[in-house]
Design a binder for this molecule. Sequence first.
Ligand SMILES: [Zn+2]
Length: 128
Amino acid sequence: MLKKIKTNRIPFLDNYFITIGDTCYIPKKYFIQCQTIERFKQWSLPLFLHENEHSKRQIEYGIKKWLFRYITNKRFKWEEEVIGYTIEIKKRIELNFSINRDWYFKTLKSYRMATDNQIRLFLDSLLK
Ligand SMILES: [Zn+2]
């Protein structure tokens, strides 16, 4: 479970939300909106649920072991992100939030963990 919020200070990853164990590192530009878990949830419940799932799975699996596998194994990374993004997108659908399919496609592509076709099939499975 996520318990802490910190600013993301990793220069080349500073546009990403990164969860390590019980802490979510948030891009500096969003930090004012998301200084606490409660504010993060209010700002974007779908994104909170995505990051919270990473947190839960890392703690269950072993944080170092999970991170090592995530960094070194594209298939594992893809499987973990499919879980996270499924939760996020389903929640967006449930809440009637807008969904920018192109944005999700580009974002998933930027992780370099799946082929364009895998990404398309995944998005097709959630978005009709
Ligand atoms: Zn994720």
